[in-house]
Design a protein around this ligand. Structure first.
Ligand code: PEP
Ligand code: MG
Length: 587
């Protein structure tokens, strides 16, 4: 029977595939098919692992002190019984006979048993799920020790829909290479960095699907619609056909949009708009240039740190930045200095910030860099050295006050002085800009603009901090509202500040890549957009169909409205008459 669930669609596209349910607390389970001849060996391998797990647990039982409470002893006895439980073991052997490797067979049986417990009314029995996890984990670890030499048939995750409690940005980067069909998480908001990564990688994704891991079993067929925010488990033939058609249409639209590649983004009333890309790693430049030969408005350098065991040193960073700027072949590269903190942390706990209740408001981004000037200096020197190879701009995240700008300016001076001593080349006129992400910064944009070469509005954080909603908490994601009058006013003020000071102001938050807001932003006077490569041509098609002069008038009226419903209706209305660039006429 099909089941339909709702979640928060965070990355457009249709994902169709078999589910791969990720249990963080278990070792990663390898999946591959074995041959008929391998079945006996695989059964023996499983049996050996099971006995190894039993022996290990029995020896723990023998070693524990005589004054250990009875409950603990009873707990170990329960686990010993469960490891040897016929329901668990017969199920595993049956899956192996269906040519699954032992790890995979054990995983499938584990999920079956968990779902049985899950349907029980008794809360105590429900908690026994944890025992199953622990027991299965102990056998999986022993299976891992046996180190199977079987042929692994390609990537186990290719074409799968990943179902997880939550994915960190680091997990998402690792999944990127596996060509998954999409992912579903139980937690997370639309502005989490995981969601942003999914969009920039073009992976259909849904977050906030509570209890997804209880409702979806390993290998269930799943359809997820990242635009409408829904998923279907075990779809019937009709739904499958319908969503396959939608998927094809989505892909066709992407192909049609390619006709706009490298055409200038000029509006109907002849205004030139700059469209840059957002990247996470130098390798992303290649994907960007496939879509458009343009510059980068946001390079999130922290992505290089979050999967590293230790922080990259100056040389390693320099090589990365140089790779990116060289790949851009003369187009500008805006390097955002390290924005660690919030939902982006390094693996190595030593590098983590202190445990705080409210990391988004804590020692994040420039605050963290200024707290560790020796590491910040390394990054500044690496950026400066790379600037000898092409146009680079330095962008400071989460700026809040002038004293932070003073300190950054001093540190850039120091970095240059140290490079001078070593006679290392750099661009002495490297532009310095800041992100407007905190309401205080938008309110001070006028005076910031007098001291900086450019500004860039980070609406993801600007919305988070203005509306006091944690961007990774799905419970408050209903408050996320780029059309909130306060948000619109802060954007308007920042754009005005840039015009007064004669410096460019770009917008690099997710709002820039959502076609719903393109005409509104153009009407507010935005001339520089920075978006993931996957959204660039869609946004360009709207820009090419817009007439800014008439939009400006309409948007001035929108700024006078107070209520979300009225603003949203007015934005719908300016979008209804929208023209998009005539995709079929060119090329
Ligand atoms: C933003 O806050 O809008 C932004 C672009 O930065 P990040 O999403 O990396 O915090
Ligand atoms: Mg930000």
């Amino acid at each position: 029977m099909s089941i339909m669930l709702n979640g928060i669609g965070v990355s457009r596209g249709i994902g169709i595939g078999d589910a791969y349910v990720l249990y963080r607390e278990q070792p990663e389970v390898q999946e591959y098919l074995i041959t008929e001849e391998d079945v006996d060996n695989e059964i023996q391998r499983y049996t050996r692992a099971k006995y190894a797990a039993l022996t290990e647990l029995s020896s723990i039982k023998k070693r524990i002190d005589s004054d250990t409470p009875d409950e603990i002893l009873a707990f170990i006895d329960t686990h010993l019984l469960m490891i040897d439980d016929p329901v668990l073991n017969t199920g595993v052997l049956n899956h192996i006979k269906k040519l699954r490797n032992a790890e995979w067979a054990l995983q499938i049986q584990c999920e079956r048993l968990i779902s049985v417990f899950d349907n029980m009314q008794d809360d105590y029995l429900k908690t026994r799920q944890d025992d199953i996890y622990h027991v299965v984990r102990s056998i999986q670890l022993c299976l891992g020790d046996e180190n199977p030499q079987h042929q692994h048939h390609g990537s186990g995750l290719r074409g799968k829909v990943i179902v997880a409690d939550d994915l960190t940005p680091a997990d998402t980067i690792l999944l990127k290479h596996q060509k998954i069909a999409g992912f579903i998480t139980e937690y997370g908001g639309p502005l989490s960095h995981t969601a942003i990564l999914a969009r920039s990688l073009g992976i259909p994704a849904l977050v906030g699907v509570h209890k997804a891991r209880q409702l979806i079993n390993a290998n269930d067929k799943v359809i997820l619609d990242g635009q409408r925010g829904m998923l279907i488990i075990a779809p019937d033939h009709k739904s499958l056909k319908h969503f396959k058609t939608l998927k094809r249409q989505h892909e066709q639209r992407k192909i049609d949009l390619k006709r706009l590649a490298n055409q200038p983004a000029i509006t109907r009333d002849n205004q030139h708009i700059t469209l840059h890309g957002n990247i996470d790693r130098p390798e992303d430049v290649k994907a960007l240039r496939k879509v458009e030969q343009t510059g980068v408005g946001l390079y999130r350098t922290e992505m290089m740190f979050i999967n590293a065991q230790t922080a990259p040193n100056e040389e390693e960073q320099y090589l990365e930045y140089r790779k990116a700027v060289k790949a851009l072949k003369g187009n500008p590269l805006t390097i955002r200095t390290l924005d660690l903190g919030g939902d982006k942390e390094m693996k190595d706990t030593q590098q983590h910030g202190p445990l705080v209740h409210n990391p988004a408001m804590g020692l994040r981004a420039i605050r963290r860099c200024l707290k560790h000037p020796e590491s910040f200096l390394l990054q500044l020197k690496a950026i400066l050295r790379a600037s000898a190879f092409g146009p680079i701009r330095i962008m400071i995240p989460m700026i809040t006050n002038h004293s932070e700008i003073d300190q950054v300016v001093l540190m850039i001076k120091q970095a240059k002085a140290e490079l001078d001593i070593k006679k290392q080349a750099y661009d002495d006129n490297i532009p310095l800009g800041a992100m407007i992400e905190v309401p205080a910064a938008a309110l001070s944009a006028e005076t910031f603009a007098e001291r900086l070469d450019f500004l860039s509005i980070g609406t993801n954080d600007l919305i988070q901090y203005t509306l006091a909603l944690d961007r990774i908490d799905d419970e408050v994601s209903y408050l996320y509202d780029p059309l909130h009058p306060s948000v619109l006013r802060l954007i308007d003020m920042t754009l005005q500040a840039g015009r007064n000071a004669g410096i460019p102001v770009s917008l690099c938050g997710e709002m820039a890549s959502d076609a719903t807001y393109t005409r509104l932003l153009l009407g507010l006077g935005l001339k520089y957009f920075s978006v993931p490569a996957t959204a660039l041509l869609e946004i360009k098609s709207i820009i090419m169909g817009a007439n800014i002069l008439s939009l400006e008038e309409e948007v001035r009226q929108i700024l006078k409205l107070h209520h979300h419903v009225d603003i949203s209706r007015a934005v719908d209305s300016i979008n209804r008459n929208k023209h998009t660039a005539p995709l079929k006429l060119h090329g």
